[in-house]
Design a protein around this ligand. Sequence first.
Ligand code: ZN
Length: 265
Amino acid sequence: MISRQNLAADTHSASTIDMKTIDPNRYERQLAMPEIGEAGQHTLEAASVAICGLGGLGSAASLYLAAAGVGRLVLIDHGAVELSNLNRQVLYGDDDLGARKAARAKERLARLAPSAQLDAHDAVIDLASASTLLADVDVVVDAMDNFEGRHAVNAACVAHQTPLVHGACAGFEGRVASLLFEQGPCLSCLYADPPTQDGPTPILGATAGLVGAAQAGEAIRVLLGVPALAQRLLLVDTARWDVRTLIVKRRMDCPVCGVGSADGE
Ligand SMILES: [Zn+2]
């Protein structure tokens, strides 16, 4: 885990960090990016990110976070791999059917990032468990498929003041936001009345992959101190390639983060 002070710091200020553990071949293409470089790569290596939900969004997000060199991933899901998952949950294959997702995700990601610390939790995420599961991470990725779990994660992140990268998709449409709680909003501000869910959500796998990859990219930007979607909600309609962002702000009457907020408006 990296300190909150360093989380928000300018990446380029970390010039005194010991560089010897970075593999220059593995991360060659990131080290060449001025926005990352050696200091940024060390920031990622020292970072800890939780992925809540290892389905379509969580598959893409965890693969790209592991590939980018994030040092520790906390993998949380309480499901088994089903045949109907495989159109979008690219962590798994036919030989994983019936297996627990958290364990198989850990195996898959270890092949991609053998030096990463991968903590797998076959656990239900609810109000009772979220605070403990998410206690010591720098960023949380919300890749869940139900609002009960999402709101438990949100409450834990507000309590711990941990940045939450929200993602959701249905059909050809997706959305992503960085919820940075010192300035708001939180997930409950965005969804005062969570949509009701009647049966499985129709999803094209490519849309889930797009949103999950966007979440990984945004989580990395949060870790580097340069979030692109703070107080903005990205909306993508891949049926028409309509991409836009909405300004989103804290609701003063939000039951989770709004009461007594000094900077809410
Ligand atoms: Zn709120």
